[in-house]
Design a protein around this ligand. Structure first.
Ligand SMILES: [Zn+2]
Length: 392
């Protein structure tokens, strides 16, 4: 089988003879005497497109053969026209060449190796066996884009064994047979089976997105070409929207959010203090009691807990149940007592009120899926049972 992509990355259309076709898992595995469809490999995804009137869904290399998985059968011996989804393939070429540029820049500066490369749907990731700072990565990104601006040729060659032996290149492994070498003069020399653009200018923008620590080195994610442009556009739109929402200039959105967060924190503190005062006022207005007491009020969980504690600590009830209605029905509850075991008490109430939750002997909290009337009746009933047990 002739691999047209080995010779040139720019073969988008070709004719070939079908040498095999068999049905497999609702698809057809087609082989050809020649193909421009690149099979998944070396971090680069497979090509898609059409063969005659069927669609190529996947291309894999199995046992040295390129298998085209199609949605329909093709007659063995027939001549078919293959057409690549060029937008997809060109994007892969931009990404793959961009990866070589970034890796070359990092390798030259730090001596790190590319130990993992993946061209995903969303982004490209490259793993390196060493670390760098954000500032250093910023410089690498700029340097990589300057390689793009310089519009250097990307030469793909298959040197003979003797030449290879004395050649300095990345990914030098004990490989036999023909080894393709992709060279970007002054930037990178690497053994590679993938498809590349002819000149670095075609890569377009190289945009680094993120860097995380990974297996003792770093994982860098980036985008190239149109995908990088789309990403920058999207971010720009998001910033424009944020700017309107925050009533701040685009350059000032980060400061505006910081101020907003500070203001939110201040207000939360203020609200907390007001709620506390309100709870104290309510607690003070309640009569002292040595019986069980249930209160219903609209409160946040934190307040509810504080309120409940306040009530039983101030002697407003032997067992205090504080409930607040939940948005989707039912009630949040807090049970507090210094006399009875609230863990056991809440378990008992939960079982009768489709409740959930638990806690310590002093305090339990959770939710009840019942109405107020039912909760109250179960609470006083449970309290009475508690009393009976106590008497025995
Ligand atoms: Zn490569």
């Amino acid at each position: 089988m002739e691999r047209l992509y080995d010779r040139s990355s720019y073969e988008k259309e070709f004719t070939a003879v079908v040498t095999g076709c068999r049905e497999t898992k609702e698809r057809f595995a087609v082989t050809l005497d020649r193909t421009a469809f690149f099979p998944e490999g070396g971090g680069q995804p497979f090509d898609t497109g059409t063969l005659g009137n069927v669609t190529v869904l996947d291309v894999q290399e199995i046992g040295g053969e390129v298998i085209h998985y199609t949605d329909g059968p093709l007659e063995v011996g027939s001549r078919v026209r293959g057409v690549l989804d060029w937008e997809r393939r060109f994007s892969h070429m931009q990404a793959h060449s961009g990866e070589h540029i970034i890796t070359g820049c990092i390798h030259n500066r730090f001596g790190y190796d590319n130990v993992g490369f993946h061209m995903g749907k969303e982004e490209i990731t490259i793993d390196f066996n060493g670390v760098m700072t954000e500032e250093e990565l910023d410089q690498i990104e700029r340097e990589a884009n300057r390689v793009v601006f310089a519009n250097l040729p990307i030469e793909v060659t298959v040197p003979d064994e003797e030449t290879l032996k004395h050649m300095e290149y990345r990914s030098k492994k004990e490989l036999t047979g023909n080894i393709r070498i992709a060279t970007i003069p002054g930037v990178d020399v690497c053994a590679c089976c993938g498809t590349h653009v002819a000149r670095t200018g075609e890569v377009g923008l190289i945009k680094v997105l993120d860097m995380i620590h990974y297996k003792g080195g770093v994982r860098i994610s980036l985008l190239c070409g149109e995908k990088a442009l789309d990403c920058v556009r999207k971010r720009q739109k998001q910033i424009a929207e944020l700017s309107v929402l925050l009533a701040a200039k685009r350059d000032d959105v980060v400061d505006a959010v910081r101020k907003l967060r500070e203001e939110k924190q201040r207000l939360e503190g203020e609200v907390g203090r007001l709620h506390q005062a309100e709870a104290e006022r309510k607690a003070a207005s309640m009569p002292d009691s040595d019986g069980p007491v249930a209160v219903f009020d609209e409160m946040e969980p934190v307040q509810l807990r504080k309120y409940c504690t306040m009530l039983y600590e101030q002697g407003k009830g032997s067992i205090v149940l504080a409930c607040s209605p939940k948005q989707n029905g039912g009630y949040s509850y807090v049970l507090g007592s210094s006399q009875s075991d609230m863990k056991a008490f809440s378990r008992k109430m939960n079982s009768r009120l489709e409740g959930k939750g638990g806690g310590s002997s002093l305090m339990a909290q959770g939710t009840f899926l019942a109405d107020r009337e039912k909760i109250e009746s179960v609470f006083y009933q449970c309290a009475e049972e508690e009393c009976d047990e106590f008497d025995r």
